[in-house]
Design a protein around this ligand. Sequence first.
Ligand code: SF4
Length: 304
Amino acid sequence: MNLVVGNLVDPVFRPPSEWDALLIAITNGCTRKCTFCSMYRSKTFSIRKNIEEIKKDIKLAGVIYGNRVRKVFFEDGNAFVVKPEILIELTEYCYKIHPNLKKVSAYAHAKDITKKSDDDLKRIADSGFTMVYVGIESGDDDVLKACNKGTTQDEFTLAAQKCHKAGISWSGIFLLGLAGNDPEKSRKHAIESAKSIDRMAPPTLINWYISPLTLGITPGTELWTQRSTGEFQPCSSTQILEELYTMIEYTSDDLQKCIFNTNHASNYLNLKGELSRDKNKFLEIIETAIKNPNMCRPDYIRGL
Ligand code: SF4
């Protein structure tokens, strides 16, 4: 269960692996409006300007939770957008107040990273900020453009390499089904995503993380409207599995320490292991699931 101190504005989101983190709001909402994403539609993006108030929240958590805080997750949608000095000051303060703290992380858009210099990113890492979670969605620039992601495969590659160089762990999230059910587009989405994964690989032996999710179409989004007009037609469950298969198949056999995880509730299959070490095992499981759809999580369990 997350540790909270009453500083959050609903709705609140965080990565599954931050289920036990102290959640500290340093921004509200997200700077972008991707066509498939409804998460922060009810919020106008803003940065909390009063640093002393944020520090009070961090300190209050020490009073409430004592030495129990081991992780801090900065909210909201792309909290990494704030200036380096703010990230550094708040991260250092978190470690000062919480002696058992091991991890400080946030969601980031690629531009929040590429706009920061290598020196700034290194200083952020040195302050104890440990990980960014980045919604990449696709390696296909056409898909990225269509969903209004506001970035390209090249920029994601640069962002990942800048993080590796600085020592900030990289967790990239892809979105199966985002190209729709056109077989050619779906395959291109998968192949370009594999290429994107290869290009994000760190030059040294460090853990990095890739997690595909499966598209769910939610009310209030442009994609919802596009589906209702027929402009966007969603993939079948088989197509989603085929995309996952192709994405894995096309990744390089030389990837190392790439922790690959499809445990998100939206997915049909739960795969966990390392690319490339477990590549063949993953492909066999997916192939079997395509032939035996009852192996897949049913929709009512997928939490969509
Ligand atoms: S950048 Fe992420 S959180 Fe923001 S709108 Fe896009 S998908 Fe949603």
